[in-house]
Design a protein around this ligand. Structure first.
Ligand code: GDP
Length: 363
């Protein structure tokens, strides 16, 4: 499964946020695969469409799809110099598919800030610089080799050297690899290096409870930086989320109403991280169970079927498909069928977000 790693300087609220995540963990009964790694939190992906489907199909069970967060603890400053735990910190980031960077955006005289004052721009730069330096080392080494090989005019080597030079220049200017545009031909040479600053990133502005729905000046600073590096921002109050996560549904609704919150910040974070990773959802629906499944945007029907079971992919024949919108318009599967909205799709069908799928396969 794809995972998003949570990073940030000390005392910015990472543990508080991760506690909120683990307190909201899915129940193992419905998700037997749920990991037991203490650094991983598996949460349900909120999706209002599942409620509608449950009303329509009245199944015995409704099951959400899930998303994984990984807590990346460790030393940040000096990490790129490869000092002890710093190395591990970077290695852990290399393994995740997206970065969730928690930035302190609350004032609290009682909680020390590592550099003495709350300064989101400085915090972001501190972490990004470590990642940029680590990438620069990776790229420079590879570039030396590629540049030598390119002298022979070998086509691939020339393309690779050009791509590496582009990214090297950008890193040397203190910017992330994410900001570089590569040609289709260059892209694979970059992808295989798994650069840290090429990973999609989401900034979490951790605000105090008064700013949870409004944001504050710190948030604006983060937004400005994010917009320059093709990144996104989500406002969360980690402390509130931790409290919300320990309440039952009724108390949670009351507490949120008191705070004037319409949606939990954690839910928004989950949804944004999901989108950031290019993930989409299809549904299976019947009397027994209505269930959401995660697939990668652009997947064809057999691959998407493989998310449920590899047998579905191997023996794929076709998929009976109905869009969520059509189901809602006609009110039932039967009515949608009568209106000719139920489609039979083959192995080249690109599954769409919200599709209701029934896979036909050989065993
Ligand atoms: P970490 O070092 O990044 O994991 O930070 P922690 O999650 O341990 O948080 C550091 C301190 O900040 C703790 O005392 C938290 O209770 C506090 N804290 C975290 N989030 C908030 C917040 O939104 N508002 C306030 N006032 N304090 C917070």
């Amino acid at each position: 499964a794809l995972t998003a790693g949570i990073v940030g300087l000390p005392n910015v609220g990472k543990s508080t946020l991760f506690n909120a995540i683990t307190k909201s963990q899915v129940e193992a009964a419905n998700y037997p695969f749920a990991t037991i790694d203490p650094n991983v939190g598996v949460v349900e992906v909120p999706d209002s469409r599942l409620e509608k489907l449950t009303e329509i199909y009245v199944p015995k069970k409704t099951i959400h799809t899930t998303f994984e967060f990984t807590d990346i603890a460790g030393i940040v400053k000096g990490a790129s110099k490869g000092e002890g735990l710093g190395n591990k910190f970077l290695a852990n980031i290399r393994e995740v598919d997206a970065i969730i960077h928690v930035v302190r955006s609350f004032d609290d005289g009682n909680i020390t800030h590592v550099s003495g004052k709350v300064d989101p721009a400085d915090d972001i730069e501190t972490i990004n610089l470590e990642l940029i330096l680590a990438d620069l080392e990776t790229v420079s080494k590879r570039y030396e080799k590629a540049a030598k090989m390119a002298k022979s005019k070998d086509h691939d080597a020339v393309v690779e050297a050009t791509a590496l030079k582009k990214v090297k220049d950008v890193l040397e200017a203190g910017k992330s690899a994410r900001t570089v545009e590569f040609t289709e031909e260059e892209q694979p040479f970059i992808d295989r290096m798994f650069l840290l600053t090429a990973k999609p990133i989401l900034y979490v502005a951790n605000v105090d409870e008064d700013s949870a729905s409004t944001g504050n000046d710190y948030v604006e600073v983060i937004r400005e930086i994010a917009s320059q590096e093709n990144a996104e921002v989500v406002i969360v109050s980690a402390q509130i989320e931790e409290e919300l996560a320990s309440l039952d549904d009724e108390d949670r609704a009351m507490f949120m109403e008191d705070l004037g919150m319409e949606e939990s910040g954690l839910d928004r974070l989950i949804q944004k991280a999901y989108t950031l990773l290019g993930l989409e959802t299809y549904f299976t629906a019947g009397e027994q169970e209505v269930r959401a499944w995660t697939f990668k945007k652009g997947m064809k029907a057999p691959q998407a079927a493989g998310v449920i079971h590899s047998d579905f992919e191997r023996g794929f024949i076709r998929a009976e498909t109905l869009s969520y919108e059509d189901l809602l318009t006609y009110g039932s599967e039967k009515a949608a069928k009568e209106a000719g909205r139920y489609r039979s799709e083959g192995k080249d069908y690109i599954v769409q977000d919200g599709d209701i799928m029934l896979f036909r396969f050989n065993v």
